[in-house]
Design a protein around this ligand. Structure first.
Ligand code: PSU
Ligand code: MN
Length: 306
C-alpha cells in the first residue's frame, strides 16, 4: 500500500485551499554539496512562503512518500549522499522495499500529482544528452512531462545537454515549452541561448490559465516554464561552454554512464568554476521558486473565480 505523508504545513494549506509548490530532492542529494544544499533548500522554502504559497519538498524516506519535509528530515536528507536517485522506473520499487531516495523531476512530478499539487519548481530539467545518438541517454523527465499534469518551472534544460535535440523531443511529446518574459530559451546558467523558445508568456496568470485549459481539455501532460536566471547571477554561454566541454570529456574518459552522468558533470563544473556554477544554480532555483509560487497563487485565484 502506498504510504504517503504530508507535512503538517502542507496538510493545513491544502485543507484551507491555499497554494502549494512542490520541490524536488535530487537537487539536494545529488545536485549540490553539503552544506550549501541544505541552505539552498531552506532558503527556497522560505521564499515560497514569502510569496504566499506553501513549499512541499518531496522525497522517499524509509518507504514513506513525503509531501513536505519537516526541517529535521530535510537536514538528514541533505547529509545522505547515499540516498538513491529516484525516477519513474524505481520510485515504486524503493517505496515497496522501505528504502530512502531523493526524487528527480520525473519522480517529483509523480509525487505532486498524487498529492494534488499542480506547480513544481526545480533548477533545470533533464533532457537529451550530447552524443545521445550513440549513448541513447535521454532523461525520463521528458516522458514525464508528456504524461503528468504538473507545471514545472525550470531555468530551461541543463546546459550540459543537447538543447536543440531536447527541444525536438519535447515537441514530439507535445510538451509546451514556455519561455518566461523573453523570446530566447534560457540555458540554465545563462539567461539566453541561441535557440528561440517555442512559446513565450509574460505573466504568471497567463501560465496558470494555460495550465487550467489543458486540464479542462483533458490533455495529459504538463508544461515546462523556462525562467531565465537573473542577468546579475548568470554565467554567459561563452564562459561556461568550454568548461562544460571539458567536464563532458572527463565523463567520457572515465566511462561515467546512466544515473551518474548528471551528478558527475554538475560536480566537475562546480570544481572547474571554483564554485561559481553553484552560486548561479542557487540563484536560478530561487528565481524559479518565486515564479512557481506566483503561478500557484494565480491558479488558486482562477479556481476560486470559476
Ligand atoms: N536541477 C538542478 N540540479 C539537479 C537536477 C535538476 O539544478 O541535480 C536533477 C533533477 O532531479 C533532474 C535530474 O531530474 O537532475 C536529471 O537527471 P538525469 O539527467 O539522470 O535524468
Ligand atoms: Mn540519463
Amino acid at each position: 500500500m502506498l504510504n504517503m505523508l504530508r507535512s503538517s504545513e502542507v496538510a493545513a494549506a491544502q485543507a484551507a485551499g491555499r497554494a502549494v509548490v512542490a520541490l524536488e530532492s535530487t537537487i539536494i542529494t545529488h545536485g549540490m554539496p553539503y552544506p550549501q544544499n541544505l541552505e539552498m533548500a531552506r532558503g527556497v522554502e522560505q521564499l515560497i512562503r514569502e510569496a504566499g504559497a506553501v513549499p512541499a519538498t518531496i522525497a522517499v524516506i524509509d518507504g514513506v512518500l513525503h509531501i513536505g519535509l519537516e526541517d529535521s528530515k530535510l537536514e538528514e536528507l541533505a547529509q545522505r549522499p547515499d540516498a538513491a536517485k529516484l525516477s519513474r522506473a524505481d520510485m515504486a520499487l524503493c517505496l515497496s522495499q522501505g528504502g530512502t531516495g531523493a526524487t528527480t523531476v520525473a519522480a517529483t512530478m509523480i509525487g505532486a500529482r498524487l498529492a494534488g499539487i499542480d506547480v513544481f519548481a526545480t533548477g533545470g530539467i533533464g533532457g537529451v544528452h550530447r552524443g545521445a545518438e550513440h549513448s541513447f541517454d535521454v532523461s525520463a523527465d521528458l516522458q514525464e512531462l508528456a504524461q503528468t499534469p504538473v507545471t514545472v518551472v525550470a531555468a530551461g534544460a541543463k546546459a550540459i545537454l543537447d538543447i536543440p535535440k531536447t527541444l525536438e523531443v519535447l515537441e514530439t511529446l507535445g510538451v509546451p515549452v514556455i519561455a518566461y518574459g523573453q523570446d530566447s530559451l534560457p540555458a540554465f546558467w545563462s539567461c539566453k541561448s541561441a535557440h528561440p523558445a517555442p512559446q513565450r508568456l509574460d505573466t504568471a496568470a497567463d501560465i496558470a490559465r494555460a495550465h487550467k485549459l489543458r486540464t479542462e481539455m483533458k490533455v495529459p501532460g504538463g508544461q515546462l516554464v523556462a525562467n531565465p536566471v537573473p542577468q546579475a547571477d548568470q554565467i554567459p554561454q561563452d564562459e561556461i561552454e568550454p568548461i562544460v566541454q571539458r567536464a563532458l570529456q572527463e565523463a567520457e574518459t572515465q566511462n561515467i554512464a546512466a544515473k551518474a552522468v548528471t551528478p558527475f558533470l554538475l560536480q566537475r563544473i562546480f570544481e572547474l568554476t571554483e564554485g561559481r556554477s553553484l552560486a548561479t544554480n542557487i540563484a536560478l532555483v530561487r528565481n524559479n521558486a518565486r515564479l512557481a509560487a506566483e503561478i500557484a497563487v494565480a491558479l488558486g485565484d482562477l479556481e476560486k473565480s470559476t
